[in-house]
Ligand binder design. Structure first.
Ligand SMILES: Cc1cc2nc3c(=O)[nH]c(=O)nc-3n(C[C@H](O)[C@H](O)[C@H](O)COP(=O)(O)OP(=O)(O)OC[C@H]3O[C@@H](n4cnc5c(N)ncnc54)[C@H](O)[C@@H]3O)c2cc1C
Length: 444
């Protein structure tokens, strides 16, 4: 990580996560070398690393930020074993551009490729294959972390394992990830066999997930504005890597949304029309072979789509509830959302496999639903009421999406938070790494 010119860029600006809420003024530091990074760490009371700012809430908000996109070098790629070592500011998109032509792909990928490796590790992100593959952190062979003391430490499941399991999913609160070695997976082509299935209700959707357990990738779009017997009607999308086809990547430049649109454009009527049209357009069962990039990252085709929600922004609310709460738990939450009159343009349902060892990792064996809500004056109290339902069912809210959760909900639903704090204490992170979110959630 040595860059030219050897000058640190420092800028004061207003920042927010992808949802545009909350916003804060921040001094953004772009260090030019490791020494520079150490110097800033020593001089600053408390800061947090920031990647592409694709987390929705305030996990990458703080009055001082270390922007990692400056550290974007590829260090090593072994084409035989699929081991890749990169600096933490490398974006997943950059990785795909290099590795796919050699037949290697990310074992776990979120729904956007515009995230950094550091951000993907810190959020321990999941994809459409959690039920088979687990999370991103499970494919990190080792990483290098800058501790609060200014020391660089190598950590892996075998070396300083407690630091490793606190850093994967640790939301930047244990230190700054500088480099990571990842294990990629072999793929036979850059295409996906996609099968879509229409489910007329929530029960049918969950049954379809169960019946298609063997499917490598699965995700459902839910019409969360449908009511009564149609509540939770969904389109389930299954995917398998196609055996035949080239490794040519089909990547188009995103269409840009240049400015914030008036929030009134996204109202109950437009959402209902969109959902109805999307539902009607889908066929009962449909099979096609599609290029990998638009399959995994459909939203990447529209740059700045978050601006469609207007200047006040939006909140993405993603929760998981255990399988034991089943469909009836999901139904109760969807009914509550319907009662409040909140509409969500996008609602995505996935199934999760078992939780892993990472202390603040989000997934657990169950169903996860993600909904986008436009920011309105009453939204926070509604989300707090939903939090109570989710936590009461033994579930939790995804930290990388969260902007409003209260301390008691966090501590009740992430039972290893005290162990997490102990590891932070041992590795000198307390008082050095903090975000607006970590303060709200009562972390030291
Ligand atoms: C369209 C869209 C789709 C998405 N789909 C999914 C999905 O399917 N599954 C999923 O799990 N997530 C999903 N996400 C969320 C996204 O993957 C995560 O929020 C990810 O962490 C963002 O990475 P980033 O580089 O933008 O990190 P940022 O948003 O900048 O930061 C996120 C967290 O990572 C920490 N961090 C960043 N870099 C470092 C570093 N170098 N060292 C230490 N900590 C660091 C920050 O402090 C912060 O706590 C989606 C987001 C969007 C916008």
């Amino acid at each position: 990580m040595e860059h030219n010119p050897i000058v640190t860029a420092i800028q004061t600006t207003e920042i927010s996560g992808w949802g545009g809420y909350p916003r804060c003024a921040a001094q953004v530091i772009k260090p030019s070398s490791r020494q520079d990074l150490q110097k800033h760490l020593a001089q600053t009371n408390s800061l947090i690393a920031r990647g592409m700012g694709r987390s929705y809430g305030d996990s990458a908000n703080a009055s001082t930020l270390l922007e990692s996109t400056y550290w974007d070098h590829f260090i090593a790629f072994d084409q035989h074993s699929g081991r890749l070592t990169v600096e933490a500011g490398v974006r997943l998109r950059d990785i795909l551009m290099i590795t796919i032509s050699h037949g290697w792909f990310l074992p776990v990928t979120p729904g956007t490729s515009f995230v950094t490796v550091g951000g993907a590790i810190a959020s321990d992100v999941h994809g459409k294959n959690h039920h088979h593959a687990g999370t991103f952190g499970q494919y990190v062979l080792s990483m290098e972390v800058l501790l609060g003391s200014g020391e660089f430490v190598r950590t892996s499941p075998a070396e300083h394992s407690e630091l490793f399991h606190a850093t994967c999913g640790g939301m930047g609160l244990t230190g700054v990830i500088l480099t990571a070695t990842l294990q990629l997976i072999r793929i036979p082509s850059a295409f996906i066999h996609q099968k879509t299935i229409k489910a007329n209700s929530l029960e049918e959707a969950c049954d379809a997930f169960e019946v298609n357990q063997e499917s490598t990738y699965s995700v459902a779009w839910i019409d969360c504005l449908a009511r009564g017997k149609n509540l939770g009607r969904s389109i389930l999308m299954l995917g398998e890597h196609a055996d035949h086809g080239s490794y040519d990547l089909v990547i188009k430049d995103p269409i840009q949304i240049p400015i914030h649109t008036p929030a009134a454009l996204l109202n109950g009527l437009s959402m209902r029309l969109f959902n109805e049209a999307y539902w009607l357009k889908a066929r009962e069962v449909n099979k096609q072979t599609v290029p990998l990039v638009p399959y995994f990252y459909p939203l990447d085709a529209i740059g700045g789509w978050n601006k469609l929600y207007g200047g006040a922004g939006f909140v993405q609310y993603q929760f998981v509830i255990p399988k034991s709460q089943g469909v009836s738990g999901l139904r109760l939450i969807l009914e509550k959302i319907a009662q409040t009159g909140l509409g969500s343009f996008l609602a995505v349902l996935k199934q999760f496999g078992p939780a892993n060892q990472n202390l603040l990792s989000f997934p657990m064996d169950g169903y996860t639903l993600a909904l986008d809500f436009k920011m309105t004056p009453n939204i926070i109290s509604v989300l707090h009421a939903l939090d109570d339902m989710v936590v009461g069912m033994g579930g939790r809210i995804y930290l990388t999406k969260d902007a409003v959760m209260r301390e008691h909900s966090f501590k009740a639903s992430y039972p290893q938070w005290q162990e997490f704090e102990e590891v932070r204490h041992r590795f000198g992170a307390i008082g050095k790494f903090a975000s607006t979110q970590s303060k709200r959630l009562g972390l030291a």
